[in-house]
Design a protein around this ligand. Structure first.
Ligand code: ADP
Ligand code: MG
Length: 352
């Protein structure tokens, strides 16, 4: 066996680079769904429909009515580090979900990918990539928007396939991703269907685009996703301090859950999983909830993009705040305040 010192140093080919990057971007079917739905949102879609089969392992299809991709641009969109969203000069001030130009080439490296699209004023076109081989751009019938179809995820990497969980668990993860993005974007309509076995399949989620002002639209969307009982009594949160803003809804302690599945946090419009934020949420309810109960809330933190790094990991679900203590303090104090006010209101009613 050759030792590394005896081997020549070579540049990896594009296909190998894509497979390596894909490992970080696409962990499971739900991560592919996340990337594709985010692309549709970035394209300004008003309606996004997701269909999947066998937990997303054999088929994921995302259809949108966004700006589309012009036929001649399809090969570029599918190549590595190609993006229309940033020019690379200010990596912190990013307002789109995507910017790394990695999703489509990564998906093409780990599955059979077909993109069909039509940009305004252009003709429909379609491009298929599998096993690192890109076919020719072909004409295709489509009235508008984009359809991305990913088949046989990880077919070329059986090791990855083995790590996937049951179809049921993967389907659950897909639904979680779509629900979170639907909460983040109340003005967009979402559909999610399980089409295992063919046919029209089974509808898992269907929410209409919410019209009206942001606050009312968010409340309606949370009612549609988290349930009427959450939305009915949820306390509106609105606080601002030193350029940090907090908005959203938090449930009364009486609505608490046995698990943390109804805690949703968003930073600058992006769903995130962050210990600091969920820790602050727990701390705020500390005095009002028993230890085995979990508060339910959807919290939206907004701040100058220069004060938070969202580019910690390729999946972009982790964030790093420049002043974590200030963020925590804002959440804890704002939530304690509304909980205390609600408690007073309740005890006054009780005494009357
Ligand atoms: P990123 O989202 O980081 O830019 P992607 O690989 O996900 O990278 O997509 C590459 C490019 O393809 C995008 O910048 C965009 O121009 C185009 N694109 C991808 N999906 C869509 C879509 N659904 N509608 C319109 N354009 C899209
Ligand atoms: Mg993207």
């Amino acid at each position: 066996d050759l030792k590394i010192g005896q081997r020549p140093i070579r540049q990896l080919d594009e296909a190998a680079i894509n497979r390596i990057a894909a490992g970080e971007v696409v962990e499971r079917p739900a991560s592919a769904v996340k990337e594709l739905v985010e692309n549709a949102l970035d394209a300004g879609a008003g309606q996004i429909d997701v269909a999947f089969a066998d937990g997303g392992k054999t088929l994921i299809r995302v259809t949108d009515d966004g700006c589309g991709i012009a036929g001649p641009d399809l090969p570029v969109a599918l190549s590595r580090h190609a993006t229309s969203k940033i020019d690379g000069s200010d990596l912190l001030a990013i307002s789109t979900f995507g910017f790394r130009g990695e999703a489509l080439p990564s998906l093409a490296a780990v599955g059979r990918l077909t993109v069909t699209s039509r940009a305004r004023g252009g003709d429909g076109a379609c491009l298929h990539v599998a096993g690192g081989q890109m076919a020719e751009v072909r004409p295709a019938a489509l009235t508008r928007g984009t359809v991305v179809e990913l088949r046989d995820l990880f077919y070329a990497t059986p090791a990855r396939l083995k790590f996937l969980r049951t179809d049921r668990a993967e389907a659950q993860a897909i639904a979680d991703v779509v629900r979170r993005l639907a909460m983040a974007c109340p003005a967009v309509g979402f559909g999610l269907r399980d089409v295992t076995g063919g046919g029209d399949g089974r509808t898992i989620l269907r929410v209409e685009a919410e019209a009206g002002d942001a606050h009312a639209a968010l409340k309606a969307r949370l009612a549609a996703i988290l349930g009427r009982d959450f939305a009915q009594d949820a306390l509106p949160i609105e606080a601002e301090r030193d350029g940090l803003a907090l908005a959203g809804f938090a449930a009364l302690p009486t609505y608490s859950r046995g698990s943390a599945t109804q805690q949703h946090v968003f930073v600058n419009g992006r769903p995130v999983r962050d210990r600091l934020l969920t820790g602050a949420l727990r701390a705020a309810y500390h005095d009002t909830l028993p230890r085995d109960r979990h508060p339910a809330a959807a919290l939206f933190v907004e701040c100058d993009p220069h004060r938070v790094d969202q580019n910690v990991h390729p999946a972009k679900t982790e964030v790093r705040f420049r002043e974590p203590a200030a963020v925590r303090a804002l959440i804890v104090s704002a939530l304690r305040q509304v909980l205390a006010d609600a408690g007073h209101r309740a005890s006054h009613r009780g005494g009357a």
